[in-house]
Design a protein around this ligand. Sequence first.
Ligand SMILES: Nc1ncnc2c1ncn2[C@@H]1O[C@H](COP(=O)(O)OP(=O)(O)OP(=O)(O)O)[C@@H](O)[C@H]1O
Length: 255
Amino acid sequence: MRVQLSGVHVEIGGVSGVDLDVEPGELVGLIGPNGSGKSTLLRTLYRARRPDAGTVRVDDDDVWRALSARRSAQRTAVVAQHSADGFDFTAAELVATGRTPHRSTPAADREIIARALARVGMHDRADRRYVTLSGGERQRVLLARALAQQGEVLVLDEPTNHLDIAAQLELLELVRELKITTLAALHDLNLATAYCDRLYVLSAGRVVAHGPPIDVLTPALLAEVFGVRAHLGVNPLTGRPNLTFAPRQEIRELQ
Ligand SMILES: Nc1ncnc2c1ncn2[C@@H]1O[C@H](COP(=O)(O)OP(=O)(O)OP(=O)(O)O)[C@@H](O)[C@H]1O
């Protein structure tokens, strides 16, 4: 399914005139400083925040004008920040909430929930209370809930938060393998470069650059948007582009 945002404006959230596309099967990263509007923009796509102007389309249907909340949830699953805090569910019960938009048999649901938990390596903790899980385990359960929702569009808001480095790489590998149309807000620019097909850069609610990571994440853009000095090199382990950073006031000229 294709995602198309055009002229999206959200007053509270500061998002202004955003045009953004995600082609079917693409993994697109949304990057930008804290408070630049990433979560707000994602919320318009998973039908949690109605834009004040502009349109949000999934597979050519206007999410806010043509789809009910249920139809939208059948198409678009989300892993949002802190979205399950405060619920006293087991891991399996939480994943089961991903089945809410669907009408299937309890046996079919159980099978889908078990598969989703297995996919994220949490099948052995299905009966653990969510609140007793570590931050990384919680994040995996939230991804399992999104998988159980069986949407064709996936929205991820900082999915690697709380994950150790191995788990961060595993999660993004898994997301890539899913080949679902995905829009993900990411803070780690090297992970974004390594895993995303394309990036959109938000600054103060506006898109200031978009395209393949290597074309977008130039030292000049990083200085302008994040106020850091960046060096674009090569990861010696993978041969991929790799960014290293220094605060602007700590610049040391290398000989
Ligand atoms: N409900 C709200 N009421 C008031 N201000 C809000 C509300 N929601 C968002 N904002 C403001 O809108 C701006 C954008 O917030 P948003 O959470 O979208 O940014 P973000 O890029 O996701 O940030 P971060 O990287 O810190 O998660 C921020 O200044 C935030 O304080």
